[in-house]
Design a protein around this ligand. Structure first.
Ligand SMILES: O=C(CO)COP(=O)(O)O
Length: 254
């Protein structure tokens, strides 16, 4: 059984109510690959999550972009995993590099968040990735292995985890990783999982690529054996997101 292709659209802190409606209308009217071959998950900002969920066609799921590390309580401004679960929000993105860099989320904190979200029944898109400086110093695999280990340390079941490799230098820069660069890290991450978790988790866990993916670059990336889908930022706000979803058919025929 192959790994089902997975395409996430991370809308980040973008969109007004009208813009969200337009994106939803575009997705609802588009010809997209069957849910048998691709999981599609879009991630609007919190305030639009429930309206997007109820207006999107049923085969497109939603993800929150973050949640609190533990049970909710006196944590002003935070949203807890149990709140998301109570609204039947199935997915949450955790450990995005923007939160690691701008909000100082450490590897350990991200690991704790992933474990807590899973314990509340959410599925997690967990992000890892190196900076340009780390890549140029030859530390890419050490960095992503440390980030992944901090998750593995807290998590006992990987079934509901999708791992997103998002090199920081490729995010929002227009500098997409080459298919060979993406494949190299995905393959090494899969080997890391085989060695440090289990052969089964390595074989079944989807490892998706994020960083300046566009309609033009998606097919070649999708053809790489260890690229199981994408986490898309900027292009997920545009009609070309449909082409990226449909890269799943390239994968299927590869
Ligand atoms: O951060 C990303 C998705 O989470 C990628 O963003 P871009 O596709 O805009 O580079």
């Amino acid at each position: 059984m192959g790994r089902k292709f997975f395409v996430g659209g991370n809308w980040k802190c973008n969109g007004t109510e009208d813009q969200v409606k337009k994106i939803v209308d575009t997705l609802n009217g588009a010809e997209i690959a069957s849910p048998d071959v691709v999981d599609v998950v879009v991630s609007p900002p919190f305030v639009f999550l429930t309206s997007a969920k109820s207006s999107l066609r049923p085969e497109i799921q939603v993800a929150a972009q973050n949640c609190w590390v533990k049970k909710g309580g006196a944590f002003t401004g935070e949203v807890s995993a149990e709140m998301l679960a109570s609204l039947n929000i199935p997915w949450v993105i955790l450990g995005h590099s923007e939160r690691r860099a701008l909000l100082n989320e450490s590897n350990e904190f991200v690991g704790e968040k992933v474990a807590y979200a899973l314990s509340q029944g959410l599925k997690v898109i967990a992000c890892v990735g190196e900076t340009l400086e780390q890549r140029e110093a030859g530390h890419t695999m050490t960095v992503v292995a440390e980030q992944t280990k901090a998750i593995e340390d807290k998590v006992s079941n990987w079934t509901d985890v999708v791992l997103a490799y998002e090199p920081v230098w490729a995010i929002g820069t227009g500098k997409v990783a080459t298919p060979a660069q993406a494949q190299e890290v995905h393959k090494e991450l899969r080997e890391w999982l085989a060695k440090n978790v289990s052969a089964e988790v390595a074989e079944t866990t989807r490892i998706i690529y994020g960083g300046s993916v566009t309609g033009a670059s998606c097919n070649e990336l999708a053809a790489q054996p260890d690229v199981d889908g994408f986490l898309v930022g900027g292009a997920s706000l545009k009609p070309e997101f449909v082409n990226i979803i449909n890269a799943a058919t390239v994968k299927k025929n590869a």
